[in-house]
Design a binder for this molecule. Structure first.
Ligand code: BES
Ligand code: MG
Ligand code: ZN
Length: 468
């Protein structure tokens, strides 16, 4: 997509105008009242004009702008147009933020996962040209926005690929390919390496599948002089059947159970492409949780990288296992100053917060605040859940060091139990856990966020890295 911003506009013949209620009234726009996402259009001999309502001036937000723009885009897609102009609205949101929101909405809204549709004629045409009417100085900012959004789409593509193709070794090959293109440093540990290094939790989870596990490390060194290094550990379960304790619901969505890894991957890729002056490493912990004669069982005891034993009480609580091994390895070998885990980890988190908000769990209160702030900016929302020590008392095993499922109160606070389990594998590095089960999996389209994998977290983390 070509994106241009012009003071006077080298316009296309298709223009989107956004209007608040107050503006619509002042301009006396007849039936168009400027209500939330109200859409009107008219054609004259040489142009098409689309008007979308932003509601009351007081309540305009960046997210409202994104949604309003998508409302017009949806119509424009149906008419099969490939170029459009958007006038940056004059509201309490400043010009730069408005321009970024518009660009995000068009790039993200124009995506759907179409690889397996064979009748290409029937598909919407892609937007090729986007023009904005506003100040020229914003051009550079919009190119950055484009890179970030393209990486959000990269994460969606990874998450949406079917599990028979997107196996752990496929993700490893992709990682090497992208590392070659962007200058990231890539290391892949295959099942032999994992055995040698004794990452028994990843191996245990992956045992039941013919697609063996991989631990993939992608490093962006943006500030070689600094000792700061953020390590993003992403859950990469390429398919989650539930294991022998097989799932009875949500299985269709479980090709997306590697979205934590997809987000971590796309985020370091963005860091390299934008040359962000921070050290950021992604650790993708990839395995398939499958059913087979060699599957791990309830009652088995697995041993982690550091030698800690885990009693398996539920084969569907596999995410925390692959993460725990990867986090121990990361703390031991990668010198992190902060570890952030990201995972489609619990249904409990979705029940607590719904599917458009991720749970953030950590005692690093300053960092939590910064991340929540970035979540508001990007509308990749986060809400904090507590990590009281009491939760740990529910995680007691008679026969091993820790169970992978609460042995007491197992129907309570499932997201926190999972987070406390993970935290117990960290020795001393500051740690934040994001349970992204809800907002990464979209059962149906929400404005500019397509059905399926959403790419959640890339814009959030890049905002966090750029502003702190
Ligand atoms: N991948 C799932 C969590 C999930 C469920 C994500 C639904 C998105 C939608 C995870 O591996 C899982 O199965 N979690 C269990 C944990 C339980 C057995 C303690 C869950 O949440 O039911
Ligand atoms: Mg599971
Ligand atoms: Zn899972």
């Amino acid at each position: 997509m070509e994106i241009k911003i012009n003071p006077k506009a080298e316009q296309t013949d298709t223009i989107i105008f956004l209007r608040t209620k107050e503006q619509a009234e002042k301009e006396n726009m007849k039936d168009f009242k400027g209500k939330d996402f109200e859409l009107h259009w008219y054609y004259d001999t040489d142009s098409r004009k689309f008007f979308v309502g932003l509601g009351e001036e007081e309540k305009v937000t960046k997210e409202k702008i994104r949604k309003a723009v998508y409302t017009a885009l949806e119509k424009i897609q149906k008419i099969q147009l490939t170029s459009l102009t958007v006038e940056i609205p004059k509201t309490k949101i400043n010009e730069k933020d408005s321009a970024v929101a518009i660009t995000e909405s068009i790039i993200l809204g124009d995506y759907s996962f179409e690889k397996y549709k064979t009748d290409k004629e029937k598909l919407n045409k892609k937007i090729e040209k986007l023009y904005l009417i506003g100040s020229k100085e914003l051009q550079e900012e919009l190119l950055q926005t484009q890179t970030i959004c393209n990486n959000t789409l990269f994460a969606r593509d990874l998450a949406n690929e079917q599990a028979d193709i997107a196996t752990p070794s496929w993700i490893a090959r992709k990682s090497k390919e992208i590392a070659m293109q962007t200058g990231l440093r890539c290391t892949v540990l295959d099942e032999e390496d994992l055995k040698e290094l004794k990452l028994g939790l990843i191996l245990g989870v992956g045992k039941g599948s013919i697609n063996p596990p991989r631990l993939i490390i992608l490093e962006h060194i943006g500030d070689p002089k600094s000792k700061e290094k953020i390590v993003l550990v992403g859950k990469g379960i390429t398919y989650d059947t539930g294991g022998l304790y097989v799932k009875t619901s949500w299985m269709e969505e479980m090709k997306i159970d590697m979205h934590g890894a997809a987000t971590a991957f796309a985020t370091v890729k963005t860091c390299a492409e934008l040359n962000i002056k921070k050290n950021v490493t992604a650790v993708l912990t990839c395995a398939e949780n499958s059913v087979g004669p060699n599957s791990y069982r309830n009652g088995d005891i697995l041993t982690s990288y550091s030698g800690k034993t885990v009693e398996i009480r539920h084969t569907d609580a596999e995410g925390r296992l692959v993460l725990a091994d990867a986090m121990e390895y990361a703390e031991d070998k990668l010198n992190p100053s902060l570890i952030i885990s990201m995972a489609t980890l619990t249904g409990a988190c979705i029940r607590a917060l719904s599917d458009f908000v991720a749970g953030i769990m950590s005692n690093e209160e300053d960092k939590v605040k910064q991340l929540i702030k970035s979540g508001e900016e990007t509308y990749e929302l986060l809400w904090q859940l507590p990590l009281f020590e009491e939760y740990m008392e529910d995680l007691k095993s008679e026969i091993a060091d820790i169970p992978n499922l609460a042995t007491k109160h197992r129907d309570y606070a499932g997201a926190q139990h999972a987070a406390m389990f993970l935290k117990s594998f960290i020795k001393k590095v500051p740690y934040i856990h994001l349970d992204i089960a809800g907002p990464t999996i979209n059962t149906s389209r929400r404005f500019y966020i397509s059905q399926g994998g959403t790419g959640y977290g890339v814009r959030l983390l890049i905002d966090f890295l750029k502003s702190n």
